[in-house]
Design a protein around this ligand. Structure first.
Ligand code: HEM
Length: 210
């Protein structure tokens, strides 16, 4: 659990996020909307793996934040949303909103709708990641709300899988990012299942001892 956001960590995560966008756009010649989308997904991946990893190794307050991954989750989550918002804004500069989500249209509209629902959730989670809001809500309510990060992850995964694997947008078929992003999604799912199995095992061994 990461209930503290620090300016220093925000600067580091911000530089990392914008650095990724710069590499994608300036070095790899990827258009801005896609560059922000890819950076956003990489940040979401980091947020998602920290949760299960925390279950394998109990967090302690000691040690440098550099080697304590859970202390970065809030900052990564906030920057994931900022990158997602930037992606949406760039998409809107290319096409009007009513052509992105159209009833009776193709899978394109549904994929965009999934992205939009994810973005709305992500924005709500970002607002509730601010220190003052966390203190106002209370840790339990905040924890419950933030379990919806999983929903965001699965919505975003369905969203990018459409564009990479099921659309004729750009080149037909996935590129390197499509394969990488699917592998990342697989890693998240494996880690989640492993953490769940570990929790059940721990519970069973404690139940037997009683
Ligand atoms: C948290 C929010 C979002 C995230 C993390 C996200 C992420 C992504 C990712 C990873 C891709 C695939 C890029 C690639 O092919 O390499 C993508 C593509 C796309 N997304 Fe999103 N998306 C989000 C929200 C939205 C929203 C709200 C819309 C529009 C309503 C949208 C419209 C598109 C479109 C049109 C594409 C294909 C063109 C492009 O690559 O820019 N996305 N998005």
């Amino acid at each position: 659990m990461d209930i503290r956001n620090t300016p220093k960590q925000h600067i580091i995560v911000g530089v990392f996020s914008l650095g990724l966008v710069a590499v994608f756009n300036l070095l790899l010649q990827i258009q801005w909307s896609t560059a922000f989308a890819r950076a956003s997904y990489i940040l979401l991946f980091l947020v998602m793996i920290i949760g299960p990893l925390m279950r394998f190794k109990k967090p302690t307050d000691s040690g440098s934040p550099l080697i304590v991954p859970w202390s970065w989750r809030g900052e990564l989550g906030i920057w994931f949303t900022l990158m997602g918002l930037a992606h949406f804004i760039f998409v809107l500069t290319e096409r009007p909103f009513n052509s992105l989500i159209r009833i009776g249209g193709s899978g394109f509209g549904l994929a965009n709708l999934l992205g939009l629902v994810a973005l709305i959730w992500a924005t709500a989670l970002m607002i509730t990641s601010l220190n003052r809001v966390i203190m106002y809500l209370g840790i339990m309510s905040w924890k419950w709300l933030h379990s919806f990060t999983n929903v965001v992850f699965y919505l975003v995964s369905a969203h990018f899988i459409y564009f990479q694997f099921f659309s004729t947008y750009g080149n037909i078929g996935p590129d390197w990012f499509g394969y990488m992003a699917v592998t990342m999604a697989g890693i998240v799912i494996i880690l989640q299942l492993s953490a769940f199995t570990l929790s059940v095992k721990k519970y069973r061994s404690e139940a037997i001892k009683k």
